[in-house]
Design a protein around this ligand. Sequence first.
Ligand code: PLP
Length: 396
Amino acid sequence: MKIQHDLQIKFGNEYGPEEERAVIEVLRQGAPTSGDACIQFENDFAAYCGTTHARAVSNGTAALFLSLLGVGVKPGDRVLTTPLTWIATAAAGVTLGAEVDFVDVDPVTYNLDPKKLEEKLTPNTKAVLPVHLYGQCCDMDPILALSKQHGFAVVEDACHAVGAEYKGRKAGSMGTTGCFSFHEQKNISTLGEGGMIVTNDPGVFETIALYRSHCTRVYGKSTKYCSLDETKLPMGKRFWWQDFDDCGYNFRMTDVQAAVGIVQLRKLDAFNQRRIDNAAYLSAGLQGVPGLTLPCVVPGNKHVFHLYPVQVDPAEFGMVREDFIYAMMNERGVKVGTHYTPLHYSTAFRNRGFKKGQFPVAEAISERLVTLPINPRQTREALDYLIESVRQMQKR
Ligand SMILES: Cc1ncc(COP(=O)(O)O)c(C=O)c1O
């Protein structure tokens, strides 16, 4: 039973006594929002990513939305991303009134294909959102080179890829901004929801910080001290008044979440290492299974295996993807996922004029793609059970 439990709770991290203590401490301080714990979490996170700024937000969706707003995306601008992602990536542009289009993916990494990006660029292209799918960074150098040449912003969707690296650079730190999610299924979590934006651009940061919290600036009476956030005024200077530059949002994080985030961030590299080790064990055990394409790690990348994607070729494996998913659940108690159905198949994007056939590589991959359970809690026993289950399906 324990093995199935490890394999059914597919994703996510774990909490321990350190997180419990952090929660209690903040509770005893009245559990504020955007207070000292948030400031520390932001500072620690920026230091971890090697960026000058970080701002905690309520989730990854808010991080993407605020980033596009921060780089100046307006109604009518064009925003590009991959069709193989969670809807939040594309929805960020749509909800700002932008025209969202997709770029087909690389057949080996499943990430946005930089070779297909240039033909999709127009003078209206304001931002490109590369998604570091499953925990592996996109090929960022050609994307960043095109960004320099054509003047669009790069908003990295690093929601799967906290702690991942591309040629020694941290996911999220390479573009204009980087966006993270701390949803319960991600490699670290802040009590089920949470997010972060990192950037090295002070102007973009200021816009993001303002719109995150109702565009409020707080002025100290005696000192003319100005802060984007009341809680950041030193205690003695809290003779303040408040102005609003514009109408914004409330996408703030609470201190209880941030206190947990501080502890989770300290554990992140160890969690990721367990995922990397588990992925290597799975790949060794599944090597040579006919009709199974295992995930590829591009040299120079640190892939942090938020998910473990495999392609099932029905002719060689002897089973179509849907039967595989069903049999793994019903006969072996193993929950297998499908990340993702291409976004242009969804009602949201069919209603925006997209059709099957537009992104042939993503479409072909999605017909065969499944994600096997991976998380830092998996035991060797659970991994052996998973390998044996897949091998048994193939033999039938
Ligand atoms: C690739 C990707 N981008 C963005 C998001 C949105 O993050 P959140 O659920 O924290 O809003 C997710 C969440 O699953 C995701 O997988």
